[in-house]
Design a protein around this ligand. Structure first.
Ligand SMILES: [Zn+2]
Ligand SMILES: [Zn+2]
Length: 130
């Protein structure tokens, strides 16, 4: 079974499964927080990299904001080390409107490979900001 965690928006405690109980003083049996019997909670999602759990809006495509920024930083380092300013302008045109998936598929079918130039000069540090 899939591991699930929830955070109670009333008391802030984390639980794995809502309890069946009475919401506060009312006479209706509902799913409630097992700690405070509140009825508002959010599902938590694990980050694929650090394994911590986050609310839905603190995680993008399976990565928390911090781990995502490290991935973006690696792309930035790669682009800075790999391409000249002029190549970056070309790549801006080449990737416009594409996803990385499309680009790798295109590269395979058309046998295209970006040319390598002097790797140390003309880095394009301003091109990608995380
Ligand atoms: Zn609670
Ligand atoms: Zn993370």
């Amino acid at each position: 079974m899939l591991e699930m965690h929830f955070i109670c928006e009333d008391c802030g405690k984390i639980f794995d499964e809502p309890a069946s109980g009475y919401y506060r003083d009312e006479n209706i049996r509902v799913s409630v927080c097992p700690h405070c019997h509140g009825s508002e909670w959010s599902e938590l999602y694990p980050c694929q990299k650090c394994g911590n759990w986050y609310r839905e809006w603190d995680i993008d495509e399976g990565y928390c904001e911090y781990c995502g920024s490290l991935i973006a930083e690696r792309l930035k380092m790669f682009v800075e080390g790999e391409f000249t300013n002029e190549e970056c302008h070309y790549l801006d045109w080449y990737i416009s409107g594409s996803s990385l998936d499309n680009i790798t598929v295109q590269d395979q079918t058309k046998m295209r490979q970006p040319k390598r130039w002097n790797l140390t000069s003309n880095s394009c540090s301003s091109k990608i900001t995380a």
